[in-house]
Design a binder for this molecule. Sequence first.
Ligand code: NAD
Length: 431
Amino acid sequence: MADDDPFENMLAQMDRAEEYADVDHDIFERLKYPERTLKVTLPVELEDGGVEVFEGYRCQFDSARGPFKGGVRYHPSVTQREVEALAGWMTWKTALVDLPYGGAKGGIICEPKDLTENDLESLTRRYTEGIRRMIGPETDVPAPDMNTNPQTMAWMMDTYSMYEGYTVPKVVTGKPLEIGGTPGRVAATGRGVSIITERLFEYLDRDLSEATVAIQGFGNVGSHAARLLDDAGARIVATSDVTGAVYDEEGLDVPTLAAHVDAGGTIEEYTDGDLKGASEDRTRWDEGQALDNDDLLTLDVDVLIPAAVEGVITEDNADDIRASAIVEAANGPTTVAADEILSERDVQIVPDILANAGGVIVSYLEWVQNAQEFSWPLETVNAELERRIGKAFDETIARYDEGNIPDLRTAAYTLALERTASAHEYRGLFP
Ligand code: NAD
């Protein structure tokens, strides 16, 4: 198996769980195939005058439990296989946290850094036109993922609505508040990661306030997880982005770093002392020392949180990982080969389909509010997020504690596969 193929990785994760899951084998085999994937060609007139042709995808993996749901990613390394793997993971995630959704994912092969705001708007609108026959408020509901944000969702919602002839807020989630977004959505995935890390420490009977944490990726998910874990008393000693990594064994000044990144700064600029956006009256600031990006993964910390891209923990570095717990904020950061090594070494891994489910939970809450044409206060959204992700954590632990299941990922997969298979069984095979 190619260790760097995310789809093969997802299939191998399913295979590991099959022997422990109460699932009919014929249905299990059916669950390995996406329902459909659309590939779209996207010619876009760029601001500099030229026309560039981009390629995009939307994969709808499984809808037995409800409408398709999943983010849209803009990245140069997007492939059809990756989008299909991510759509599969969304299916298992929505089942594990018991949302009435199936799983989907979309992506465009592009380097957003090389595109202007106008280019991104044109590309997003063209992509939405390309997939609009597939998506819809009751059929398939996109959301943000890597390099996409509330503005991207606003353009998608507007384009879809223009064709429909009326405003359809429910067609996407992760929208700006002004056009039907929910309070709490931007921070939701990071908040879920933080809640799960706290729950894991309670389960392991360890004190989070004495824990050190390294976070790979200081984007939407990583930065919010860092802020909330910092608030909870953990010591965030390292983080990174594509430009580099920063380390401070005393603990990073997370609010200052977050303000710097919010103001458009990079980690490389931060370690170079080129500070952006921080308040003048900050009480402490130590820029920390620059660190090689790969070395962040093998730091001697209590918790490692990969929050960037998939396939970063592999059989090549699994033996060198010194963290005793890994909380997977990114989708698919650990390959199956690495999983086996880490499981044997008793490194506790909270799988992506549980650890990063906060985003889709709050997306669901946004969709429900849109259906009700009513908006909830932040406290209600956060309380419901905590209740739902906490319940999924408890159910996963209960399944794991029943015995003979080797790790939390396999326990989580058995629940997700059983729920999805059960929906298929009730619905039957058409025609
Ligand atoms: P983002 O684009 O906001 O941030 C990604 C961060 O990772 C950036 O800081 C980027 O510079 C950094 N990065 C990328 N490649 C890196 C590398 N090789 N080494 C170090 N840093 C690197 O994206 P995001 O929304 O925070 O998503 C991060 C991960 O979380 C993805 O795997 C995504 O699928 C997953 N996720 C996101 C959400 C969500 O709600 N945004 C929900 C569930 C899962």
